[in-house]
Write a protein that binds this ligand. Structure first.
Ligand code: PLP
Length: 411
Protein backbone atom coordinates (compact mmCIF):
# COMPACT_ATOMS: atom_id res chain seq x y z
CA UNK A 1 0.00 0.00 0.00
CA UNK A 2 1.40 3.45 -0.99
CA UNK A 3 0.65 6.44 1.15
CA UNK A 4 -0.88 9.22 -0.92
CA UNK A 5 1.32 12.26 -1.55
CA UNK A 6 0.77 15.49 -3.42
CA UNK A 7 -0.10 15.11 -7.12
CA UNK A 8 2.58 16.96 -8.89
CA UNK A 9 3.07 18.18 -12.47
CA UNK A 10 6.46 18.16 -14.10
CA UNK A 11 7.28 21.01 -16.44
CA UNK A 12 10.35 21.43 -18.55
CA UNK A 13 13.03 23.64 -17.07
CA UNK A 14 12.99 27.38 -17.60
CA UNK A 15 16.31 27.10 -19.39
CA UNK A 16 14.59 25.40 -22.32
CA UNK A 17 12.42 28.46 -22.85
CA UNK A 18 13.39 29.94 -26.23
CA UNK A 19 15.43 26.88 -27.20
CA UNK A 20 14.13 26.01 -30.66
CA UNK A 21 15.17 23.24 -33.02
CA UNK A 22 12.37 23.12 -35.56
CA UNK A 23 14.18 21.02 -38.17
CA UNK A 24 12.74 18.22 -36.08
CA UNK A 25 9.64 20.03 -34.85
CA UNK A 26 5.83 19.74 -34.91
CA UNK A 27 5.55 19.45 -38.71
CA UNK A 28 8.00 16.54 -38.66
CA UNK A 29 5.95 14.89 -35.92
CA UNK A 30 2.89 15.26 -38.14
CA UNK A 31 4.81 13.58 -40.98
CA UNK A 32 5.71 10.67 -38.72
CA UNK A 33 2.04 10.23 -37.78
CA UNK A 34 1.06 10.18 -41.46
CA UNK A 35 3.72 7.54 -42.11
CA UNK A 36 2.46 5.47 -39.18
CA UNK A 37 -0.97 5.60 -40.87
CA UNK A 38 0.57 4.11 -44.01
CA UNK A 39 1.17 7.23 -46.12
CA UNK A 40 4.39 7.58 -48.08
CA UNK A 41 6.07 10.90 -47.37
CA UNK A 42 8.82 12.28 -49.57
CA UNK A 43 11.23 13.55 -46.95
CA UNK A 44 13.26 16.49 -48.16
CA UNK A 45 13.89 17.70 -44.66
CA UNK A 46 17.01 16.15 -43.15
CA UNK A 47 20.61 16.00 -44.37
CA UNK A 48 21.04 12.31 -43.65
CA UNK A 49 22.91 10.82 -46.65
CA UNK A 50 22.61 7.13 -45.66
CA UNK A 51 18.82 6.98 -45.98
CA UNK A 52 19.06 8.16 -49.59
CA UNK A 53 21.36 5.34 -50.61
CA UNK A 54 24.68 7.10 -50.08
CA UNK A 55 26.69 4.29 -48.58
CA UNK A 56 29.79 5.01 -46.55
CA UNK A 57 33.18 3.91 -47.89
CA UNK A 58 33.73 0.20 -47.00
CA UNK A 59 36.96 0.96 -45.15
CA UNK A 60 35.14 3.12 -42.62
CA UNK A 61 32.50 0.53 -41.83
CA UNK A 62 35.15 -2.20 -41.69
CA UNK A 63 37.30 -0.24 -39.26
CA UNK A 64 34.36 0.44 -37.01
CA UNK A 65 33.39 -3.25 -37.00
CA UNK A 66 36.96 -4.52 -36.62
CA UNK A 67 37.47 -2.25 -33.62
CA UNK A 68 34.45 -3.60 -31.72
CA UNK A 69 36.25 -6.34 -29.76
CA UNK A 70 39.05 -4.01 -28.67
CA UNK A 71 36.97 -0.85 -28.21
CA UNK A 72 34.91 -2.03 -25.27
CA UNK A 73 36.37 0.33 -22.71
CA UNK A 74 36.23 4.07 -22.25
CA UNK A 75 38.93 6.02 -24.05
CA UNK A 76 40.75 9.21 -23.09
CA UNK A 77 38.11 11.95 -22.80
CA UNK A 78 39.55 13.88 -25.72
CA UNK A 79 39.63 10.73 -27.85
CA UNK A 80 41.98 7.98 -28.97
CA UNK A 81 45.42 9.20 -29.99
CA UNK A 82 45.49 7.53 -33.42
CA UNK A 83 42.32 9.36 -34.48
CA UNK A 84 43.49 12.68 -33.07
CA UNK A 85 46.81 12.24 -34.85
CA UNK A 86 44.92 11.57 -38.08
CA UNK A 87 43.06 14.86 -37.56
CA UNK A 88 46.36 16.71 -37.04
CA UNK A 89 47.81 15.23 -40.24
CA UNK A 90 44.62 16.02 -42.14
CA UNK A 91 44.96 19.75 -41.45
CA UNK A 92 48.74 19.94 -41.63
CA UNK A 93 48.70 19.32 -45.35
CA UNK A 94 46.22 22.16 -45.88
CA UNK A 95 47.78 25.32 -47.12
CA UNK A 96 48.13 27.89 -44.38
CA UNK A 97 46.23 26.02 -41.68
CA UNK A 98 47.87 27.02 -38.37
CA UNK A 99 49.86 24.31 -36.64
CA UNK A 100 48.43 22.47 -33.65
CA UNK A 101 48.97 19.11 -31.99
CA UNK A 102 46.95 16.23 -30.63
CA UNK A 103 46.31 18.06 -27.36
CA UNK A 104 44.36 20.69 -29.31
CA UNK A 105 41.98 18.09 -30.78
CA UNK A 106 38.77 16.93 -29.08
CA UNK A 107 36.66 14.10 -30.48
CA UNK A 108 32.92 14.10 -29.89
CA UNK A 109 29.66 12.29 -30.52
CA UNK A 110 29.17 14.29 -33.66
CA UNK A 111 29.88 17.98 -34.12
CA UNK A 112 26.60 18.59 -32.25
CA UNK A 113 28.06 17.57 -28.92
CA UNK A 114 31.19 19.67 -29.45
CA UNK A 115 29.14 22.76 -30.35
CA UNK A 116 27.43 22.38 -27.02
CA UNK A 117 30.76 22.04 -25.15
CA UNK A 118 32.25 25.05 -26.91
CA UNK A 119 29.35 27.29 -25.88
CA UNK A 120 28.69 25.85 -22.41
CA UNK A 121 32.32 26.31 -21.44
CA UNK A 122 32.39 29.92 -22.64
CA UNK A 123 29.19 31.77 -21.91
CA UNK A 124 27.97 33.76 -18.94
CA UNK A 125 24.51 35.34 -18.88
CA UNK A 126 24.43 38.36 -21.19
CA UNK A 127 27.37 37.24 -23.31
CA UNK A 128 26.60 37.56 -26.99
CA UNK A 129 27.43 35.25 -29.87
CA UNK A 130 27.17 36.43 -33.46
CA UNK A 131 25.30 33.77 -35.43
CA UNK A 132 24.35 33.96 -39.11
CA UNK A 133 20.76 34.36 -40.25
CA UNK A 134 19.80 32.00 -41.71
CA UNK A 135 21.78 29.53 -39.59
CA UNK A 136 22.01 25.87 -38.80
CA UNK A 137 19.75 26.35 -35.78
CA UNK A 138 21.75 24.23 -33.37
CA UNK A 139 24.09 27.21 -32.99
CA UNK A 140 21.31 29.53 -31.86
CA UNK A 141 19.67 26.87 -29.67
CA UNK A 142 22.94 25.87 -28.00
CA UNK A 143 23.83 29.51 -27.33
CA UNK A 144 20.49 30.06 -25.59
CA UNK A 145 20.80 26.82 -23.63
CA UNK A 146 24.29 27.84 -22.50
CA UNK A 147 22.82 31.05 -21.09
CA UNK A 148 24.14 33.36 -23.79
CA UNK A 149 22.39 35.66 -26.24
CA UNK A 150 22.48 34.89 -29.96
CA UNK A 151 22.74 38.01 -32.09
CA UNK A 152 21.96 37.29 -35.72
CA UNK A 153 23.93 38.84 -38.55
CA UNK A 154 22.61 38.89 -42.08
CA UNK A 155 23.74 36.74 -44.93
CA UNK A 156 23.06 38.50 -48.19
CA UNK A 157 20.99 36.60 -50.74
CA UNK A 158 22.04 39.10 -53.44
CA UNK A 159 25.68 38.22 -52.80
CA UNK A 160 25.32 34.46 -53.05
CA UNK A 161 24.38 34.34 -49.37
CA UNK A 162 27.78 35.63 -48.23
CA UNK A 163 27.77 37.23 -44.76
CA UNK A 164 27.21 40.98 -44.73
CA UNK A 165 30.38 42.41 -43.16
CA UNK A 166 28.84 45.80 -42.39
CA UNK A 167 25.98 44.11 -40.57
CA UNK A 168 28.41 42.01 -38.54
CA UNK A 169 30.45 45.08 -37.64
CA UNK A 170 27.33 46.97 -36.55
CA UNK A 171 26.32 44.17 -34.18
CA UNK A 172 29.56 43.84 -32.25
CA UNK A 173 29.25 45.10 -28.67
CA UNK A 174 31.45 44.85 -25.60
CA UNK A 175 29.49 41.70 -24.68
CA UNK A 176 30.29 39.91 -27.95
CA UNK A 177 32.46 36.87 -27.30
CA UNK A 178 32.52 34.98 -30.58
CA UNK A 179 31.39 34.79 -34.15
CA UNK A 180 29.99 31.65 -35.76
CA UNK A 181 30.96 30.96 -39.38
CA UNK A 182 29.13 28.07 -41.09
CA UNK A 183 30.99 27.50 -44.34
CA UNK A 184 29.92 25.79 -46.61
CA UNK A 185 26.57 26.86 -45.30
CA UNK A 186 23.51 25.01 -44.16
CA UNK A 187 20.80 25.99 -45.19
CA UNK A 188 21.91 28.20 -48.13
CA UNK A 189 24.63 26.12 -49.82
CA UNK A 190 26.90 29.19 -49.86
CA UNK A 191 30.66 28.81 -50.00
CA UNK A 192 32.09 32.04 -48.66
CA UNK A 193 34.50 34.14 -50.68
CA UNK A 194 38.06 34.58 -49.37
CA UNK A 195 37.43 38.37 -49.21
CA UNK A 196 34.47 37.97 -46.88
CA UNK A 197 36.33 35.43 -44.74
CA UNK A 198 39.30 37.81 -44.52
CA UNK A 199 36.89 40.56 -43.45
CA UNK A 200 35.40 38.37 -40.71
CA UNK A 201 38.88 37.41 -39.51
CA UNK A 202 39.82 41.10 -39.38
CA UNK A 203 36.73 41.97 -37.31
CA UNK A 204 37.53 39.12 -34.91
CA UNK A 205 41.11 40.37 -34.65
CA UNK A 206 40.10 44.00 -34.04
CA UNK A 207 37.49 43.17 -31.42
CA UNK A 208 39.17 40.23 -29.71
CA UNK A 209 36.51 37.69 -30.72
CA UNK A 210 36.79 33.94 -30.83
CA UNK A 211 35.86 32.31 -34.15
CA UNK A 212 33.74 29.14 -34.27
CA UNK A 213 34.15 27.64 -37.75
CA UNK A 214 31.60 24.93 -38.56
CA UNK A 215 33.09 23.29 -41.65
CA UNK A 216 31.22 19.99 -41.70
CA UNK A 217 30.52 20.39 -45.46
CA UNK A 218 34.06 21.44 -46.40
CA UNK A 219 34.47 18.67 -48.98
CA UNK A 220 31.00 18.90 -50.49
CA UNK A 221 31.76 21.53 -53.12
CA UNK A 222 30.30 21.88 -56.63
CA UNK A 223 31.75 23.18 -59.88
CA UNK A 224 34.77 25.36 -59.28
CA UNK A 225 33.98 26.20 -55.65
CA UNK A 226 37.01 26.35 -53.36
CA UNK A 227 36.73 26.16 -49.62
CA UNK A 228 38.96 28.26 -47.39
CA UNK A 229 39.22 27.43 -43.69
CA UNK A 230 38.91 30.71 -41.85
CA UNK A 231 41.51 29.49 -39.32
CA UNK A 232 44.10 29.65 -42.10
CA UNK A 233 43.36 33.37 -42.55
CA UNK A 234 43.51 34.04 -38.82
CA UNK A 235 46.46 32.19 -37.24
CA UNK A 236 46.63 35.00 -34.65
CA UNK A 237 42.96 34.62 -33.61
CA UNK A 238 41.61 31.95 -31.27
CA UNK A 239 39.65 29.70 -33.58
CA UNK A 240 37.81 26.43 -33.09
CA UNK A 241 37.20 24.47 -36.28
CA UNK A 242 34.51 21.76 -36.27
CA UNK A 243 34.17 18.82 -38.63
CA UNK A 244 33.20 15.17 -38.64
CA UNK A 245 32.12 12.03 -40.43
CA UNK A 246 28.38 12.66 -40.80
CA UNK A 247 28.26 14.29 -44.22
CA UNK A 248 31.40 13.77 -46.34
CA UNK A 249 31.74 10.19 -45.06
CA UNK A 250 27.97 9.49 -44.84
CA UNK A 251 28.03 7.87 -41.38
CA UNK A 252 25.86 10.38 -39.51
CA UNK A 253 24.55 7.56 -37.34
CA UNK A 254 28.00 6.71 -35.98
CA UNK A 255 28.07 10.12 -34.24
CA UNK A 256 31.69 11.02 -34.82
CA UNK A 257 33.21 14.48 -35.06
CA UNK A 258 36.12 16.61 -33.92
CA UNK A 259 37.09 20.16 -33.04
CA UNK A 260 40.54 21.69 -33.20
CA UNK A 261 41.75 24.75 -31.38
CA UNK A 262 44.21 27.05 -33.13
CA UNK A 263 45.63 30.51 -32.48
CA UNK A 264 46.75 32.01 -29.15
CA UNK A 265 45.73 29.18 -26.83
CA UNK A 266 47.78 30.75 -24.01
CA UNK A 267 45.07 33.44 -23.84
CA UNK A 268 42.43 30.81 -23.21
CA UNK A 269 43.84 28.36 -20.70
CA UNK A 270 40.83 28.59 -18.38
CA UNK A 271 38.36 28.20 -21.27
CA UNK A 272 40.31 25.21 -22.59
CA UNK A 273 40.27 23.65 -19.10
CA UNK A 274 36.50 24.09 -19.24
CA UNK A 275 36.34 22.23 -22.54
CA UNK A 276 38.43 19.42 -21.06
CA UNK A 277 36.20 19.31 -17.98
CA UNK A 278 33.04 18.99 -20.07
CA UNK A 279 34.71 16.28 -22.18
CA UNK A 280 35.68 14.31 -19.10
CA UNK A 281 32.20 14.63 -17.55
CA UNK A 282 30.79 12.64 -20.46
CA UNK A 283 33.76 10.25 -20.14
CA UNK A 284 34.43 9.88 -23.87
CA UNK A 285 32.86 9.78 -27.31
CA UNK A 286 31.63 6.50 -28.81
CA UNK A 287 34.92 4.60 -29.10
CA UNK A 288 34.29 2.35 -32.15
CA UNK A 289 33.23 5.45 -34.10
CA UNK A 290 36.49 7.16 -33.12
CA UNK A 291 38.29 4.30 -34.87
CA UNK A 292 36.48 5.17 -38.09
CA UNK A 293 38.14 8.62 -38.21
CA UNK A 294 41.59 7.41 -39.24
CA UNK A 295 40.15 5.21 -41.98
CA UNK A 296 38.03 8.09 -43.25
CA UNK A 297 40.75 10.71 -43.36
CA UNK A 298 43.47 8.39 -44.60
CA UNK A 299 41.57 6.63 -47.37
CA UNK A 300 40.45 7.49 -50.88
CA UNK A 301 38.05 10.42 -50.73
CA UNK A 302 35.04 8.75 -52.30
CA UNK A 303 33.02 11.97 -51.99
CA UNK A 304 35.03 13.28 -54.96
CA UNK A 305 33.14 11.11 -57.46
CA UNK A 306 29.80 12.27 -56.10
CA UNK A 307 30.61 15.97 -56.50
CA UNK A 308 32.46 15.73 -59.83
CA UNK A 309 30.69 17.15 -62.90
CA UNK A 310 27.93 14.62 -63.63
CA UNK A 311 28.35 13.02 -60.18
CA UNK A 312 25.20 12.10 -58.33
CA UNK A 313 25.23 15.00 -55.85
CA UNK A 314 26.03 17.53 -58.57
CA UNK A 315 23.19 16.29 -60.77
CA UNK A 316 20.76 16.49 -57.89
CA UNK A 317 21.91 19.98 -56.99
CA UNK A 318 21.44 20.98 -60.65
CA UNK A 319 17.94 19.54 -60.93
CA UNK A 320 16.89 21.17 -57.68
CA UNK A 321 18.21 24.58 -58.58
CA UNK A 322 16.96 24.55 -62.18
CA UNK A 323 13.47 23.33 -61.37
CA UNK A 324 12.94 25.65 -58.42
CA UNK A 325 13.73 28.61 -60.65
CA UNK A 326 11.05 27.57 -63.16
CA UNK A 327 8.29 28.01 -60.57
CA UNK A 328 6.66 31.45 -60.91
CA UNK A 329 7.48 33.58 -57.88
CA UNK A 330 10.27 31.29 -56.71
CA UNK A 331 13.95 32.12 -57.02
CA UNK A 332 16.93 30.20 -55.76
CA UNK A 333 20.61 31.06 -55.47
CA UNK A 334 22.69 28.25 -56.94
CA UNK A 335 24.19 26.21 -54.07
CA UNK A 336 27.97 26.01 -54.35
CA UNK A 337 28.33 23.41 -51.63
CA UNK A 338 26.61 21.29 -48.94
CA UNK A 339 23.37 19.36 -49.41
CA UNK A 340 20.63 22.01 -49.50
CA UNK A 341 18.87 24.74 -51.42
CA UNK A 342 17.12 27.68 -49.76
CA UNK A 343 14.63 29.11 -52.29
CA UNK A 344 12.79 32.39 -51.88
CA UNK A 345 9.03 32.71 -52.25
CA UNK A 346 8.34 36.17 -53.64
CA UNK A 347 5.89 37.77 -51.19
CA UNK A 348 4.28 39.75 -54.03
CA UNK A 349 3.36 36.49 -55.74
CA UNK A 350 2.82 34.11 -52.82
CA UNK A 351 1.09 35.58 -49.84
CA UNK A 352 2.58 33.42 -47.13
CA UNK A 353 2.31 34.90 -43.66
CA UNK A 354 3.13 31.77 -41.72
CA UNK A 355 5.76 29.56 -43.31
CA UNK A 356 5.31 26.75 -40.79
CA UNK A 357 1.66 26.55 -41.84
CA UNK A 358 2.80 26.53 -45.47
CA UNK A 359 5.08 23.52 -44.98
CA UNK A 360 2.37 21.76 -42.95
CA UNK A 361 -0.19 22.37 -45.72
CA UNK A 362 2.33 21.15 -48.31
CA UNK A 363 2.83 18.01 -46.24
CA UNK A 364 -0.90 17.36 -45.84
CA UNK A 365 -1.78 17.95 -49.50
CA UNK A 366 1.30 16.71 -51.34
CA UNK A 367 2.98 14.39 -48.82
CA UNK A 368 6.22 16.34 -49.28
CA UNK A 369 8.22 17.42 -46.26
CA UNK A 370 10.49 20.49 -46.37
CA UNK A 371 11.53 22.85 -43.58
CA UNK A 372 10.26 26.41 -43.19
CA UNK A 373 12.87 29.17 -43.43
CA UNK A 374 12.03 30.59 -40.01
CA UNK A 375 13.32 27.32 -38.48
CA UNK A 376 16.76 28.60 -39.51
CA UNK A 377 16.35 31.88 -37.65
CA UNK A 378 15.43 33.63 -40.86
CA UNK A 379 13.05 36.37 -39.79
CA UNK A 380 10.63 36.48 -42.73
CA UNK A 381 8.17 33.75 -43.82
CA UNK A 382 9.49 33.75 -47.39
CA UNK A 383 11.96 30.84 -47.68
CA UNK A 384 12.11 27.12 -47.20
CA UNK A 385 14.90 24.55 -47.22
CA UNK A 386 15.00 21.47 -49.39
CA UNK A 387 17.68 18.77 -49.22
CA UNK A 388 19.33 17.70 -52.45
CA UNK A 389 19.95 14.10 -51.37
CA UNK A 390 17.05 12.25 -53.06
CA UNK A 391 17.44 10.80 -56.55
CA UNK A 392 16.98 13.35 -59.35
CA UNK A 393 13.66 11.80 -60.40
CA UNK A 394 12.25 12.17 -56.89
CA UNK A 395 13.51 15.74 -56.61
CA UNK A 396 12.05 16.59 -59.96
CA UNK A 397 8.62 15.12 -59.09
CA UNK A 398 8.64 16.81 -55.70
CA UNK A 399 9.54 20.24 -57.05
CA UNK A 400 6.94 19.99 -59.81
CA UNK A 401 4.34 19.21 -57.18
CA UNK A 402 5.54 22.07 -54.97
CA UNK A 403 5.07 24.36 -58.01
CA UNK A 404 1.53 23.09 -58.64
CA UNK A 405 0.67 23.40 -54.98
CA UNK A 406 1.96 26.97 -54.84
CA UNK A 407 -0.04 28.02 -57.89
CA UNK A 408 -3.31 27.75 -55.98
CA UNK A 409 -2.07 28.21 -52.42
CA UNK A 410 -3.50 31.10 -50.40
CA UNK A 411 -3.27 31.73 -46.69
N1 PLP B 1 26.80 21.62 -38.34
C1 PLP B 1 26.05 21.75 -39.44
C2 PLP B 1 26.18 22.97 -40.27
C3 PLP B 1 25.14 20.74 -39.79
O1 PLP B 1 24.39 20.87 -40.88
C4 PLP B 1 25.04 19.59 -38.97
C5 PLP B 1 24.07 18.51 -39.28
O2 PLP B 1 23.22 18.64 -40.12
C6 PLP B 1 25.85 19.51 -37.83
C7 PLP B 1 26.73 20.54 -37.55
C8 PLP B 1 25.78 18.34 -36.88
O3 PLP B 1 26.53 17.30 -37.32
P1 PLP B 1 26.89 15.98 -36.49
O4 PLP B 1 26.17 14.87 -37.15
O5 PLP B 1 28.38 15.85 -36.60
O6 PLP B 1 26.45 16.19 -35.08
Amino acid sequence: QHSSGPLRNFDQSAKLRNVLYDIRGPVQDHASRLEADGHRILRLNIGNPAVFGFDAPDAIVRDMVTSLPTAQGYSDSKGIISARRAVVNHYQVREGFPSFDVEDVYLGNGVSELISFALQALLNPGDEILVPSPDYPLWTASTVLAGGTPVHYAASEEHDWNPDLADIASKITDRTKAIVVINPNNPTGAVYSPEVLTGIAELARQHGLLIFADEIYDRILYDEAKHTSIASLAPDVLCITFNGLSKTYRVAGYRSGWMVITGPRERATSYIEGLTLLSSMRLCANVPAQHAIQAALGGIQSIDALIAPGGRLTRQRDVTWEMLNTIPGVSCVKPKGALYAFPRLDPDVHEIHDDEKFVLDLLIHERILVVQGTAFNWSKPDHFRIVTLPESADLSTAIERIGNFLSSYRQ
